[in-house]
Design a protein. Sequence first.
Length: 624
Amino acid sequence: MNSPFPKSPVEAKAESLPRRRGVVLAVLALLAAQAIPLLAGPTGPTAPQLIPALLTLALGALFYRRAERVVDHAQAELRQREVDLQRLTQASPLLMWALDSQGNCTWVNRSWLEFTGQAFAATAADGWLRPVHGDERKGLAAALAEALPERRPFKREVRLCDKSGAWRWVVIHASPRLDEGGNFTGYNGLCWDVSEGRQALAELAQNERLIRAIHDTSSAGIMLTDRSGRIIHANRHLAEMFGQTLEELLLADYLAHIHPTERETASERLQSILDGHSDYWEVDRRYLRKDGSDFWGRLCSRPLRDENGTITGVVGTITDISDQRATEQYLRLVSKVFESCSEGVLITDAKNTILQVNQAFTRITGYMPHEVVGKPPRVLSSGQQSMMFYAEMWRQLLQDGRWSGEIWNRRRNGEVYPEWISISAVRDDKDEITHFVAVFSDITERKQSESRVRYLAQYDYLTNLPNRALLYDRLTQAHANAERYARRFALLFIDLDNFKQVNDNHNHDTGDELLRQVAARLRDNIRSADTVARHGGDEFVVLIAETQGAQEVAAIAQKLLELLAAPYYVFDHLLTVTPSIGVAIYPEDGSEIDTLIRAADTAMYGAKGCGRNAVVFNNPGVLD
């Protein structure tokens, strides 16, 4: 098979040797034609004639032998060239083929055959088109048909079926082949596999689309600045953050978008990155929108370097954190309120494990946070509430989402104290309980105040004896018992004789102290079931809750008369007062409480009328 490729200089030289040999032979024939007549003349050659003739023949022979050697060398070189060319074309990884002037395949190299898995016979004529994918085959045939008349090269990118049946993208490049006369003899073609390159380009394009999608849909603003601080690239979200269009943002000064209060600091940090002193920077910063409003953004920035490592600008992302800052500010406020609240606050999770307490909790309970966090609130329990109490509390809390009431808890030092507590359940969007919040206050002082108020409402502030209200309450109880069980009870009205003289001769403090001592003698010398009360001024009432008769009452009255008449030592003064005692007995002196009180009061005045320091019964006949 003749080589389908253009001739090399060696081949051209070898092909010209037969022509050169013919020229040499023609010259020798001419020389011989000139020399032979001289040698074959009638008289024979003369010496001057013979020498040039012989020289001519010798020179021609020498020139011929030299031409023969040149031809032999050129032919050997041509054969080697053909061998090298065959080896090159067969060993080349490129797929090579040749077409004749009609577009029929006349030759393919081994790489083509190995790639397609076909025999040469299958590629002859238009068979070389069969491995081409149907979508590109018509286009390739049309390109060949269009190029043939004009003898011009053509190039196509097609899918070629390999021997495994897989489709591989290849580039087909065909160049016209001309003979030594410049006549078109066909095409020489090359094919090379570009599948991996196309795949890489496809992946690159896909990655570029992905990056662009991320870039455009990013919730953060993205920007590039040059060394002068101009924004040379930005995504759409950054423009929206600044209330501008991309066109307005590009080539704008980045620093101009920063709030004036932070612009100087921002300029210094930008220059630090450009100078290579900072490789990464993250900071929260106030930015300005086009309309003059501001917002908080979190800037993350790095130096932008070229392939030589030279810093050419800055790449940064800005995230709008205005809501986050507002939330943080709100949480700081809540935390401040939480910590400064005068009431104790306790937060638990849904399993009732303590998560957090405030300072008031520690002040009230004595427990430090680390001593209770991670534990259930029952560490505070005093044990004074029953299981039923807590069951009802949890029932109401889970049903209504809140509960409030009074609980007795125990401090760290063991002291039991009362607290008023309100508990609320915290629910998420799914209405599931996530936390419980308890707010409580120590009501010890309030309880004491309430107790004091109740005490003052029932007891005399000077003598700590029951007052009229409490006396009347106990009289009511004694009257009810006496009616129910047919029992007796008695009233003793006691008035101190000439008590006014004590105040007049000394002072009211002395008089008050004397009254306190009188009250103490009465309280310490009556039965536990009986009651002694201050009726007002220097008047006292003794309720004998149950008696067997008038004689028993008379004995008690006489004892008190003597007891109260004994001297008193008051503020370095020895004082003496005597009592006047009036006695009334139920039911002899009245069946109603008010009647009995009047009867006893009347008897007391009777004692004073008898000269004081005496005991008088409203009805003396009861003593018989």
